[in-house]
Every structure is written in structure tokens, then in C-alpha cells.
Design a protein around this ligand. Structure first.
Ligand SMILES: *Cc1c(COP(=O)(O)O)cnc(C)c1O
Length: 363
């Protein structure tokens, strides 16, 4: 049996509750923007500690609609880490704005000390991506944002409920963006996303935008989109959210065991800043012979993933930016050495023991 990230296990943990809710929603006759979405938005805002939450169709929608509603588009620059997920960059470029890449640090997040040098008169915002479940240096980012009057959008798609100095991510900047893609920490059983904000006017704009720009049916105030979290996903997410702390606790236990039992001079373990915590969305090790390690583990029935093998500036989609290999050497090096070991809710001690033995046996 292959050991690799499984979504079926986390479903099994609370299967009865999910099934009951799905049937309840099916029988309610209300499938879009009803009670489940309303309740989930309230509960999620409370969980994060934000005033407002607006459910959307995906994490990517949360990002691009954020920049759109902040008025950031053609001619504007947005700072983002060079090792971010491609969706982060698309959230910027869909609106015609230009991503300005900044190298990551040893915590796999944007190197906040390198941001200031990337700021130009066209810079309008910083997209703070909390990668793999760990917060970026939000103290420094907020300090720079205030110094240069920049907007801050947080991409919390991998870090639901994580903290920087005790404060929940998503509550530092103007807007916090979340994805509920099934593999994410607070994952749905299909697509979904949301934003959180303390700005009442902005929250209202998101509500209008996601529904063809209308608050009142057939009265369209702006050109919007169709980006609604649906009732079934919202209902299932309410159950997931009610167990999220337990699920995160379990991931932390699994990560802790990896941290203490993986001992291999060829492998660098992930590092967590003292001001941050991690929900371990991914357990990412660095290994200069990553492809060999990956094959070695695959030969032993252990499935790993790479987050991410091609940095956005070298992807085909962004050829038009005119970047080349060597422009962001740290991000490029990371793309060649990161490997995500199996970590999933419902992973047994025996399965993890097998992974640890295999990883320690690689030479
Ligand atoms: C998953 C993810 C997204 C996109 O979310 P979708 O719901 O898949 O659109 C954006 N940013 C990051 C960091 C992600 O991990």
C-alpha cells in the first residue's frame, strides 16, 4: 500500500456528520446563498477574529477580486514572494497589475528584509503569502506598508488559524484570502474560498461583486462576477471548522514526530520562527538530491509531492514578464530541493514510522 497524502481519511474521521449535513442541505431546497453560507461566514469570521467574512467560489477568486476591489490594476506593482504558488501571482496579473518578486528566506516565506529594496513609486500592495502553514514576518511587512502607504493582502490559503505573535493571520492586512480547496487545512469537498476583513464597506463590495454586482436581484450596481460559495460546501465547512483545532493538533503531533525522528545529514528539516506557529499544511524538507530522494521513497511505496517545481517567474504563463533563469536564485534553488513528505489527518503511527525509516535510510 502506497503511503501518500489521503483526503479520504479526514472524511472518514467525521463521515456521519458530513453525510447528515449534505442530506440536510439537499432536502432544504436552498442551494445558493442561504442559511449555511450566512452561518459559516459568521463562524469563520469569529474563528479568525475578523469582523466580516464573505464566502467565494475559490481562493484564486478571493485574491483577484481583492486586488480588483482595492483598485489595483494595470500600471501598478504588487510585491510577492518568488517561491509562491502560481495562483498568488495570477491573483495579481488577472487585473493587469505586475508582480514584483522577492526572494524567500530560510523559513520558505518572503524575506521581509528584502522587500524595501523592491518598492518603487508604482508599488501599491504587498501580497503576504503564508506558505506551508507558517506566517510571514507580519511585523516587518506591516511596518513597511505603513511607511510607504501600501495595501496588504494576506494569502492564508495554506494557513487557516495560524498566528504571528499570537495574532491570527488574515487579520493584519486590509484583506485575508482563504481557499477551501479539499487539501487545504480547512478544506471543503469541492471548490470554495473566502475573504475576511474588518472594513465594512469593503465586505459589502465583495458581497455585491460575487453576485453579478447586485445586492438586490436585477439591480446591478457594478460589473461583478459569479463567485459564490455554495450551500453544500458551506454546510460541510461548518462541520470541518468545528473540528479544525483537533485536526490541526493532529498534524502538529505528526510534524513533531518528524522533527524529532528524522535524522539524515542530507535532509534539512523545516524551520519555524519563534514568533510563528505552523499548522503544517505541508511538511517540506530541503534536499540537494531531491529527485533521488523522491525516487528512493517512491521505490519504497511512499508518495511525495513538490511544492513547487517551477517558480512562477519561469513558468510558461509568465514568459511575458521577461524573466530568466538566475533572476531569483534562492527561489530557483528551493524549486530544485523542496520535497513534501506525507502528512495527513488519519495518518497512522505505523505509516509514519515507515516514512521515517525510509527517509533516514536514504544515503
Ligand atoms: C490553494 C492556493 C490558492 C488558490 O486556491 P484555490 O481555491 O485552489 O483557487 C492560492 N494561494 C495559495 C498559497 C494556495 O495554496
Amino acid at each position: 500500500m502506497m503511503i501518500s497524502n489521503s483526503l479520504e481519511r479526514q472524511y472518514q474521521l467525521y463521515a456521519e456528520e458530513y453525510e447528515k449535513k449534505a442530506v440536510e442541505v439537499l432536502r432544504s431546497g436552498q442551494y445558493i446563498l442561504g442559511n449555511e453560507v450566512r452561518e459559516f461566514e459568521r463562524e469563520f469570521a469569529d474563528y479568525i477574529g475578523a469582523k466580516y467574512c464573505v464566502g467565494l467560489a475559490s481562493g484564486l477568486d478571493a485574491l483577484w477580486i481583492s486586488f480588483r476591489l482595492l483598485g489595483i490594476g494595470a500600471g501598478d506593482e504588487v510585491i510577492v514572494s518568488a517561491n509562491a504558488y502560481i495562483a498568488c501571482v495570477m491573483g495579481i496579473t488577472i487585473n493587469g497589475a505586475t508582480p514584483v518578486f522577492v526572494e524567500p528566506d530560510e523559513y520558505d516565506n518572503i524575506d521581509a528584509e528584502k522587500i524595501e529594496a523592491a518598492i518603487t513609486p508604482d508599488t501599491k500592495a504587498i501580497l503576504a503569502v503564508h506558505l506551508y502553514g507558517q506566517a510571514c514576518d507580519m511585523s516587518r511587512i506591516m511596518e513597511l506598508a505603513s511607511k510607504y502607504s501600501l495595501k496588504v493582502v494576506e494569502d492564508c490559503a495554506q494557513s487557516h488559524g495560524n498566528h504571528w505573535m499570537g495574532k491570527t493571520v488574515g487579520t493584519f492586512g486590509d484583506i485575508g484570502c482563504f481557499s477551501f480547496y479539499p487539501s487545504k487545512g480547512c478544506g471543503a469537498f469541492g471548490d470554495g474560498g473566502c475573504i475576511v476583513t474588518d472594513d465594512e464597506e469593503l465586505a459589502k463590495k465583495f458581497r455585491i461583486f460575487r453576485n453579478y454586482g447586485s445586492e438586490k436581484r436585477y439591480h446591478n450596481q457594478m460589473v461583478g462576477s459569479n463567485s459564490r460559495l455554495d450551500e453544500i460546501q458551506a454546510g460541510l465547512l461548518r462541520i470541518k471548522l468545528s473540528h479544525l483545532d483537533e485536526l490541526t493538533e493532529e498534524r502538529r503531533r505528526i510534524a513533531q514526530r518528524y522533527m524529532t525522528e528524522i535524522k539524515n545529514p542530507f535532509i534539512r528539516l523545516p524551520q519555524v520562527r519563534k514568533e510563528a506557529d505552523s499548522s503544517w499544511h505541508q511538511f517540506v524538507v530541503h534536499c540537494s538530491r531531491r529527485d533521488m530522494l523522491r525516487q528512493y521513497l517512491a521505490d519504497r511505496d511512499i508518495g511525495t509531492l513538490i511544492h513547487y517545481p517551477i517558480p512562477p517567474h519561469l513558468s510558461e504563463a509568465y514568459r511575458y514578464l521577461g524573466k530568466k533563469e538566475g533572476d531569483y536564485p534562492i527561489a530557483e534553488k528551493f524549486a530544485n530541493e523542496v520535497l513534501s513528505l506525507p502528512i495527513y489527518n488519519g495518518m497512522t503511527e505505523e505509516e509514519q514510522g515507515k516514512v521515517i525509516r525510509a527517509v533516514n535510510g536514504f544515503a
